[in-house]
Design a protein around this ligand. Structure first.
Ligand code: FA5
Length: 342
């Protein structure tokens, strides 16, 4: 019997020594202590042992059970430690490593100038409105005192969809829409996209304008001039040089255009500003009484002034950009540079 127990101890010990993971160790446990395990079967066999030998055999079996239990427990502890160390090693974080470069975005120069100008206007009491980009001939032209076949339509090379429907060529199209809806006095601005068949360094087929319209009693050219001066100074700084020029728009009388120093040559004259040293930024004027009347506003009681900023140009002047196309290319290198400018 003793021999048998010794050989069993040896066999199980060798198996435990050789085992490499907890799953295999669990199988050995079943082999030794399971329902049909070798130790369990030895205990069951006690009833066949001669009564006078039972005590001694019992002690030997118990002794072997304790030895094997200890052996397996030690191995279990070892394997658990090994597993934990492997896990810790695989999850190790090197906190001395430099962090990953995280890209920070910024507003596009056109969005930036839209936000800035709109904010300035809102602070001056204007409400912000929107109008459709696909517009009727009536609101874009006729309600603005530009009848069909009027020569001033040539100033805006328009994309027509049908005879009566077009891509709006000016945000002035919102003027009549708002005048029909509102009762004076009111002040509105409308930033948005506009479309013309135009393309060079300062003209793009899609561009942005910001329309402003003020209707009230006793409006004069002095109000318009001081409003535009304030807007320009708030946007470009107190020492901004601007030039008011007489102009013509069928919907304003008198009409003016406003120029700002060219960002490319700083006033010296270059190909971008066609040698003038200045770039045209906006058109404006006192609303033609005919336009007020067409939209149901009493022109004897009320007068108005209106202005239409070219927002892409405004952004170019703000960021020293010489070609309007850069604003539409979405070249990340250009946009990165713009981020630094603001
Ligand atoms: C107009 O569009 C008038 N509706 C402005 C106006 C509003 C006058 C209210 C009176 C009262 P004009 O065509 O000049 O005007 O355009 C106004 C500005 O839009 C220009 O000064 C220029 O800055 C910008 N602009 C015009 N065409 C383009 C274009 N193709 N690309 C980029 N900017 C343009």
């Amino acid at each position: 019997m003793k021999e048998e127990l010794l050989s069993l101890e040896k066999e199980v010990s060798q198996k435990v020594d050789a085992v490499q993971d907890l799953k295999d160790l669990a199988e050995i446990k079943v082999y030794v202590f399971g329902k049909n395990g070798v130790i369990t079967n030895l205990s069951k066999g006690m009833r066949d042992v001669e009564p006078n030998q039972r005590k001694e055999v019992g002690m030997l079996i118990n002794d072997l059970r304790n030895k094997l239990e200890n052996k397996i427990q030690e191995k279990e502890k070892l394997l658990e430690e090994k597993l934990l160390n492997e896990k810790l090693e695989s999850e190790k974080i090197d906190i001395t490593q430099p962090g990953k470069d995280c890209k920070v975005g910024a507003l596009h120069p056109t969005s930036d100038v839209i936000d800035k100008l709109t904010d300035i206007c809102v602070n001056m009491g204007f409400s912000v409105v929107e109008g459709p980009e696909i517009e009727t001939d009536y609101y874009n032209f006729e309600a603005m005192n530009i009848p069909k076949n009027h020569p001033s339509r040539d100033m805006q090379d328009t994309f027509f969809i049908t005879n009566e429907i077009l891509l709006r060529s000016q945000t002035s199209a919102v003027q009549a829409r708002e005048m029909e809806k509102r009762k004076p006095p009111f002040k509105i601005v409308c930033p948005g996209k506009t479309y013309r068949n135009d393309s060079d360094a300062t003209h793009s087929p899609v561009f942005h304008q910001l329309e402003g319209l003020v209707v009230d009693e006793n409006i004069s050219m002095a109000d318009l001039k001081s409003m535009l001066l304030t807007l320009m100074k708030r946007l470009y700084g107190e020492d901004t040089v601007i030039r008011f020029r007489p102009s013509f728009f069928p919907f304003t009388e008198p009409s003016i255009e406003v120029d700002l120093t060219c960002p490319t040559c700083h006033g010296k004259g270059c190909s971008i500003c066609k040698g003038t040293g200045m770039l045209e930024l906006l058109g404006a004027g006192i609303v033609n009484p005919k336009v007020l009347e067409m939209s149901g506003i009493d022109s004897k009681k009320y007068r108005g002034f209106a202005f239409g900023f070219g927002l892409d140009r405004a952004g170019m002047l703000l960021n020293n950009i010489s070609n309007i196309k850069s604003l539409f290319k979405n070249d990340i290198r250009f946009l990165e540079q713009m981020k630094g400018e603001r």
